[in-house]
Design a protein around this ligand. Structure first.
Ligand code: NDP
Length: 407
């Protein structure tokens, strides 16, 4: 029985709060605070209608550390779940340190003026969290999040070491819009327009954005073009699996998405530096995000499935030589919408955020005895997490492939 404070009221938060309310034995009191209180109220109302549970709501600017500290002290939660944007990670971690409470997020910190995903800023909090005896769990979404847990499950049950790793993220959903992103547009476009980076022979190899394209047959979806790009879990996977010879991340994009994104980039609309407009500084990407469809409005029309998983090749645990395994989840957009009022991209992130929170609150994932610190998903036992993930709407499947990937 634990009290949680969730920050942010977008699609991911909506799913996570619904799923927390469906597990009242773990989440006995849910408090929800965000920049726009009306969005918290809308989530609370939907939760009340679907589950009969109450969610208390508040307005907060999470970048105002003293205000965050006051709110945490007033409510006394056991855990703060950060489902706002990556820019707020550090201020919310500062507030947790000052108030002495555990922290969880789904995306690593990124400075507003630089599209650079790196764990270094958050890893630098480790000693302070340790001294304070509190714990931070970083990246408890799907990717990052479940993809790291999938990898560690393979390493616990199938492979002694992993030589090659490919993460495949397919969204086969169709929302019926010319161009829209399935999660926060600003974060999504910063991510896909950044140069690709993969891990090879102990170092990062950088290639131009969207330059490497491969067609892959995704179960439940069909053939899709996927593009190599950088994704933050590659950094923690490489750190905690030093034997990796190569680790890559792939995401599918339709031709329409690529066409619109190319034009937007060519005309400067994806820039993140300030531009003077009628005497004001505006950031073109933030303006673009304001005119694009809101991800939380796409649920009603999105049809199709997501299929996200990991293909790993390495030495088999049973000594039978080199083996390749594919572990993945397939999630249906319409089923996700029916259950929580949100499409599958929010669902596949919000459910693991709830499961990661449950792991911490139930003490199944905790810092070494009497200590705290900042931890990644790779550092804990994958079994209880994946057991609960399957029970809570994201069942997963593992199969052996004939050999390593040929792309
Ligand atoms: P949204 O943009 O839909 O929601 C973000 C929410 O954060 C909004 O309610 C917003 O407020 C609120 N917010 C923004 N700034 C502040 C602030 N200063 N103080 C308080 N609240 C603030 O995003 P999503 O729900 O799509 O994504 C949420 C997080 O999940 C992001 O960090 C994203 O990167 C991450 N993510 C992770 C994935 C994974 O698999 N690991 C996949 C997808 C997303 P307002 O309503 O006023 O705008």
């Amino acid at each position: 029985m634990s009290k949680v404070l969730v920050i942010g009221a977008g699609g991911v938060s909506s799913v996570c709060v619904h799923k927390m309310a469906m597990n009242p034995d773990i989440f006995s009191q849910i408090h929800l605070a965000s920049r726009t209180k009306s969005k918290c109220d809308a989530i609370a109302e939907s939760v009340r209608q679907r589950t009969g549970q109450e969610v208390a709501t508040y307005e907060i600017d999470a970048e105002e550390v003293p205000a965050m500290v006051n709110l945490i002290r007033k409510l006394g939660p056991s855990l703060v779940v950060n489902l706002a944007l990556p820019y707020q990670d550090l201020p919310i971690m500062d507030a947790c340190l000052e108030a002495g409470v555990d922290y969880l997020d789904t995306a690593n910190y990124e400075p507003k003026d630089e599209a650079k995903f790196e764990y270094k800023w958050q890893w630098a909090y480790h000693d302070r969290f340790k001294e304070a005896g509190i714990m931070a769990l970083l990246g408890s979404g799907f990717d990052p999040g479940v993809t790291s847990v999938f990898t560690m499950w393979l390493k616990k049950h199938k492979l002694k070491t992993i030589r090659q790793l490919d993460i495949l993220d397919c969204n086969g959903g169709d929302h019926g819009q010319h161009f829209a992103t399935n999660f926060n547009p600003e974060i999504n476009i910063r991510e896909v327009t950044a140069p690709a980076r993969h891990w090879e022979n102990g170092k990062w190899v950088e290639t131009p954005a969207m330059a490497e394209k491969v067609e892959f047959e995704f179960e439940g979806v069909g053939p899709k073009n996927m593009y190599m790009m950088y994704h933050e879990e590659l950094e923690s996977l490489a750190k905690f699996n030093p034997e990796l010879e190569r680790a890559r991340f792939w995401m599918t994009f339709g031709d329409e998405y690529i066409k619109h994104l190319t034009v937007l980039q060519n005309v400067g609309m994806t820039r993140i530096d300030p531009v003077k407009y009628q005497g004001h500084d505006i950031i073109p990407l933030q303006f673009l995000a304001a005119v694009l469809p809101k991800p939380e409005t796409l649920g009603e029309t999105t049809k199709g499935k997501t299929n996200i998983g990991v293909i790993a090749t390495g030495e088999a645990l049973d000594g039978s030589g080199e083996k390749t395994f594919y572990i993945n989840n397939i999630c249906d957009h319409e089923d996700a919408y029916e259950e929580t009022g949100n499409q599958a991209v929010s669902y596949t992130t919000g459910v693991p955020a709830m499961v990661g929170s449950a792991m911490m609150l139930q003490g199944k994932w905790c810092a070494p005895e009497g200590e705290g610190g900042v931890f990644n998903m790779e550092q804990f036992d994958p079994d209880p997490f994946l057991d609960m993930l399957g029970e809570q709407g994201l069942p997963w499947n593992v199969k052996e492939l004939d050999g390593p990937v040929d792309f």
